[in-house]
Design a protein around this ligand. Structure first.
Ligand code: HEC
Length: 157
C-alpha cells in the first residue's frame, strides 16, 4: 500500500480563509409544518453532505491526509449527493427555508450549478483513488467552489 503523501506546507491555505461555519451553518427555530416536510428533508440532506465533506477538508488543512479514509469519505459524498434535489418541488419556498426565490425563477441556472457540483464530486472520487494529497487538494477546492457558487445565488442569508 502506498504511503500517503503529506501536503507541502506552501500549498494554498484557502480552507483557513473560508471558515466552514460562515458558509454552511444554519440554526432554525421554525419547524417545517408542511405535508412531507420538504424543507426539513432537503436541509437534512445538505447536513449529511456536509458531514462527509468537512472532514475531508480538515484532513487536507491539517496535513493529516489518510488515503483510505479520504477515499471512503469521497465515495460517501457521492452516495449522498443526490438526496436534496427532489425536495425542491414547486410551492416549497416557505419558512424555515433559506432557499432563494431565484431557484424557482431561474431553474436552468440552478440546474447548471447542481451539475457542476455533481461533476466535481465525480472528479473528487476519481482523483482520491490515486491517493496523492497534492493532486486531490485543487479538486477538493473546486468542489468547495461549486457549493459556494450555488449558495451565493440560490441560498438566502
Ligand atoms: C445547486 C445548488 C447547491 C449546491 C451545489 C450546494 N448547495 Fe448547499 N444549499 C443549497 C440551498 C438552496 C440550500 C438552502 C436549503 C433550504 O434551506 O431550503 C442549501 C443549504 C445547505 C446547508 C444548510 C442546511 C440547513 O440546515 O440549513 C448546508 C450545510 C449545505 N447547503 C452544504 C453544502 C455543501 C457542503 C455543498 C457542497 C459540497 C453544497 N451545500 C452544495 C444549494 C446548494
Amino acid at each position: 500500500m502506498p504511503t500517503p503523501k503529506k501536503l507541502p506546507a506552501q500549498l494554498p491555505t484557502f480552507l483557513t480563509f473560508f471558515a466552514f461555519t460562515l458558509l454552511f451553518t444554519g440554526c432554525n427555530t421554525v419547524t417545517d409544518d408542511q405535508p412531507g416536510q420538504p424543507v426539513m428533508h432537503r436541509q437534512q440532506a445538505f447536513k449529511e453532505i456536509l458531514k462527509v465533506f468537512e472532514p475531508m477538508g480538515t484532513m487536507l488543512r491539517t496535513n493529516n491526509y489518510q488515503a483510505e479514509k479520504f477515499l471512503a469519505l469521497a465515495n460517501e459524498l457521492k452516495a449522498r449527493r443526490d438526496a436534496p434535489w427532489a425536495h425542491f418541488g414547486p410551492h416549497t419556498n416557505y419558512p424555515p427555508t433559506k432557499a432563494a426565490a431565484a431557484i424557482w425563477q431561474r431553474p436552468g441556472e440552478f440546474e447548471q450549478d447542481r451539475q457542476a457540483f455533481l461533476a466535481a464530486t465525480d472528479e473528487l472520487v476519481s482523483v482520491a483513488q490515486h491517493k496523492d494529497a497534492a493532486t486531490i487538494e485543487p479538486v477538493y477546492k473546486k468542489l468547495y467552489d461549486t457549493c459556494r457558487t450555488c449558495h451565493k445565488t440560490f441560498r438566502a442569508g
